[in-house]
Design a protein around this ligand. Sequence first.
Ligand code: UDP
Ligand code: MN
Length: 241
Amino acid sequence: NLPPIYIITPTYRRPEQLAELTRLGYTLKHVPNIFWLVVEDAVETTQLVTKLLLKLNIPFAHLLAPMPEKYRKNKVKPRGVSNRNRALEWIRANATEGVLYFADDDNTYDVEIFDEMRYTKKVSMWPVGLITKYGVSTPIVKNGTIAGFYDGWNGGRKYPVDMASFSVSVRFLHSRPNASMPYKPGYEEDGFLKSLSPLKLTEIELLASNCTEILVWHTQSKKNPNAMPLDTAKYNSTNLI
Ligand code: UDP
Ligand code: MN
């Protein structure tokens, strides 16, 4: 009886969506005792996403959390925030133990990181590769605890880390009833982690061999401007040359 991992994946309609979720879904099939919270930034569920979830046969909840209208018109949007807060609400209502992890649909995950994060007592952290011009974002570890952070953009943050770089125990979330993610582009991770306070840097558990290994990458798919979104792609003999 392994502690469950609640994987929180925000996603939204675009040509790459099904490819991203397919890759992530088949990664997750290698991980025992997980529950996948797939939260669409949409007003109705996307049929092909539903079909994929049923086919994968991973325990899941398919939720909806459209980005509030007032943020939609912003040039820099709070991407995935409504989705993640919806998942936190779901966990507060339905989960009692285990750990939660924000796994964006486009990143790349070595399944080892899931084995490691499963036993998080409060908050665990580890490096993320392929992010900013520095190529890596990581806690700086001295004598087994966090002495600082290495990240391409500090922005005056207390926690200059990426969304994919930490997990939180469900019990610890329950002990922080007001914890949530702010609609503040660039400060989503920092705001969420600060909302978990009090939390000492010395309490943060360091994974991936004391942050010396990269097990998660902030990959980004190249957008094909000519691609058709998901189900609008219809092929028949009349449009094939
Ligand atoms: N996302 C979303 N709605 C949006 C844009 C993004 O739900 O309008 C999701 C996306 O699917 C991903 C997460 O939010 O899981 C972060 O978005 P993205 O990967 O585009 O951000 P970046 O990696 O560039 O910071
Ligand atoms: Mn991304």
